[in-house]
Write a protein that binds this ligand. Sequence first.
Ligand code: ARJ
Length: 425
Amino acid sequence: MSENFSTSDHFKVRDLGLAKAGRMKIDWAESRMPVMAALREEHARKQSLKGFRITGCLHVTKETAVLIEALAAAGAQISWSGCNPLSTNDEVAAALAEAGISIYAWHGMNTEEFYWCIDKTLEQKPTMTLDDGADLIFRVHDKHLDLIEGILGGTEETTTGVHRLRAMSRDQALKYPVIAVNDAETKWDFDNVYGTGQSSLDGILRATSVLLAGKNFVVAGYGHCGSGCALRAAGMGASVIATEVKPTAALKATLNGHRVMKMDEAAKVGDVFITATGMKDILVGRHFETMKDGAIVCNTGHYDCEINLVELEELAESKRTIRDNCEEYVMKDGRRIYVLAQGRLVNLAAAEGHPSEVMDMSFANQFLSMVKLAQEGKDLEIAVHDIPEAQDQQIAAIKLETLDAGLDVLTAEQIAYDDDYAAGT
Ligand code: ARJ
């Protein structure tokens, strides 16, 4: 394993000397996460998580640090690793290590190191797991079956992870209950749409600094994440083209004013491509062969399988890093294609991930789900569970208060009308 790390019995990070800079980043995020502040205050007082051990595997960002420290303040013992080799912020990781959190994460790790870190975090024998992408849960089920008996349950942050876990559950391979944080309204209707929309464009702009106005911006996948990217790219003056396999999603894209076409056609006209499908091989060799000179290609899906870089490498004559997070591939006929962040999540690898204000709600769902598992995990059926509607409304209400938005209240007569099925014309 590579040298020049800061290590101790409870952490391995790039450089503990970065802790001061990391602490300022965390303070900045914290000041924009009022729901987390309210939950932290209440549950630190109640010590709701005292005696519980939480092992997490989720992007080590300034927002994640706010979640980790709130869980710790509520009494939990924490161990943490990053869920993507390029998304760890080394400054934040150092600040967490300095604050006494058990953390194994650094930017630019390889696959072997990735699993080494997960295994280190499992040494504390967790009572709960917290995932983004399901790699931690899968590791427990694959290599640490002895831990399952002590685990009350887990949570999952993202669409791809929930998809994997539902497949595991269908196969009866899932051995403890999981709460699908992603599927909460206060998560996917905000984080996935507005978070991904803004942070993905942020990543593209930091890596390229190109003008988006007037460009053909191709979004592969018009789900929550893809529609957010399309919305924001259109707002910057780009002409959006969506590609889809699902008729209803394609129809929504059309009625939102975007063109919908097959990727084989979009490949020829696109200036900037972003994949947001959760599926592999969205951009492959035959697409790279027809792309325009200067085309920019990136991904915002959880895994790096959406852009087939092996096929691009085969077709390219040479390759160089021309800017941070921007690789230039020169094709045999001289055309240049630019790949951002090695095809990994462009929003987390080339920018800072979603803004704190959005993560505030996603992580409030994580936090409350951990409290629920601590209280009720023993009685939960082994399955993938949805977030209760009441939790969504509670989080949205706290958030609204901080946004200075007034909320109307139904009168008694209106509530009665709501339940009165006999009332018609
Ligand atoms: C931590 C982040 C951030 C951020 O909630 C988002 C999701 O579903 C992910 C898929 O891997 C990424 C996650 N995410 C986005 N931005 N996690 N900190 N700032």
